[in-house]
Design a protein around this ligand. Structure first.
Ligand SMILES: NC(=O)c1ccc[n+]([C@@H]2O[C@H](COP(=O)([O-])OP(=O)(O)OC[C@H]3O[C@@H](n4cnc5c(N)ncnc54)[C@H](OP(=O)(O)O)[C@@H]3O)[C@@H](O)[C@H]2O)c1
Length: 326
């Protein structure tokens, strides 16, 4: 089968499409014909050896997919050949076939195509876990989303609107802010402007926001924490800007703010029932038209490395989907 291969940690343009043997599902796994796989920021970090997880080399990147089950390993009862499924995989999704743990597979919701299914589990699962379980976002509260036009960012906007919150979306270009508005953001700010925190304060009558969803970090983190209201919650989701910020803890004390970490993959391993229940809730919201994975582009396997590079260089928005079967 064809797969995108990382033979050594290094530049993204060293990734190659190669012919390799198809994986064989072991006990508890299923083999999936991959119809779509989406690109996530960690893919770019992982192939460069910059992610917290370093898979043994060589490996196939790709962290979420949708497709059809074509074989099942021993002991798998709840998934069968022919099922349309979606799954977060960690690695292995940018290939014609992938062997995945059956316990992580969900049925593709009715009406969801493969491209949307490949853009659903990881980003929407992360954002629901962050906002509902960790951030306890409530109806009527105001949420600030940093990197709002990215994969987890758009999911955060749609989920927050479904929970009844008001959303201020921060993004770096007109095009990205327009995408955030289409996803439901009530207001947008250009956080590349030096006075952007003042704009957030103006939009909240000087009170600040109740919750910050920060998937970007770097220079944006401290102004965002400062723009958080009394007893606000600041969600640490990711560091797409590259730098892990160091925040003055007096900012937590002064307004009884809470700084809360979010790690969906680790939570999924520790509390799979809760996280799978989240995905069921999201599937219901999809069917009700409340969330819609923002597929902006679809590329063949041969275009995957270039697309990963564009995402790493801040030149992508929404979700880019790879179609390993052409
Ligand atoms: N904690 C968890 O469980 C969890 C789960 C999934 C993902 N994540 C993390 O969440 C972050 C976002 O992931 P994603 O897949 O949504 O990524 P994405 O689609 O690429 O979105 C990231 C956004 O970050 C912004 N950004 C700011 N500075 C950037 C830079 N120097 N390079 C690239 N982007 C920059 C970009 O928006 P602007 O151009 O508008 O600034 C971009 O839209 C990553 O750090 C990822 O590791 C965490």
């Amino acid at each position: 089968m064809k797969a995108l291969r990382c033979n050594a940690f290094g530049p993204i343009d060293a990734l190659r499409v190669e012919d390799i043997p198809a994986p064989v599902p072991s006990a508890g796994q299923v083999l999936v014909d991959v119809h779509a796989a989406s690109i996530n920021f960690p893919d770019a970090l992982m192939v460069q050896g910059l992610y917290q997880v370093k898979p043994p080399l060589p490996f196939t990147p790709g962290a979420e997919l949708a497709g059809v089950v074509c074989a099942v390993g021993d002991g798998v009862a709840h998934v069968k050949v022919g099922d349309r499924v979606a799954c977060s995989t960690g690695t292995g999704a940018f290939a014609e076939q992938a062997a995945v743990d059956a316990s992580r597979v969900i049925p593709l919701p009715d009406g969801m195509d493969y491209a949307a299914g490949a853009s659903f589990v990881l980003v929407y699962g992360t954002s629901l876990h962050a906002l509902q379980t960790i951030g306890r976002l409530r109806a009527g509260e105001t949420l600030l989303v940093l990197g709002a036009a990215g994969g987890v960012g758009i999911a955060a906007i749609e989920i927050a609107k479904t929970l009844g919150a008001r959303v201020i979306a921060a993004a770096s270009s007109d095009e990205k802010r327009a995408l955030a508005r289409r996803a439901g953001a009530d207001e947008t700010v250009d956080y590349t402007q030096p006075e952007w925190r003042r704009e957030v304060e103006r939009l909240t009558d000087g009170n600040g926001v109740d919750v910050v969803y920060d998937a970007v970090g770097g220079q944006y983190a401290e102004p965002a924490l400062r723009a958080t209201a009394w007893r606000g919650r600041y969600l640490v989701v990711g560091f797409a800007a590259g730098e892990i910020p160091k925040l003055p803890l007096n900012l937590a004390l002064l307004k009884e703010r809470a700084i809360l970490g979010v790690f969906w993959g680790a939570a999924m391993a520790r509390e799979p029932r809760q996280l799978l229940a989240d995905l069921q809730q999201l599937a219901g919201w999809f069917k009700a038209g409340k969330v819609k994975p923002p597929v902006t582009e679809q590329v063949p396997l041969a275009g995957a490395a270039d697309a990963i590079a564009r995402l790493a260089e801040r030149r992508a928005m929404g979700k880019i989907v790879v179609l390993p079967r052409g």
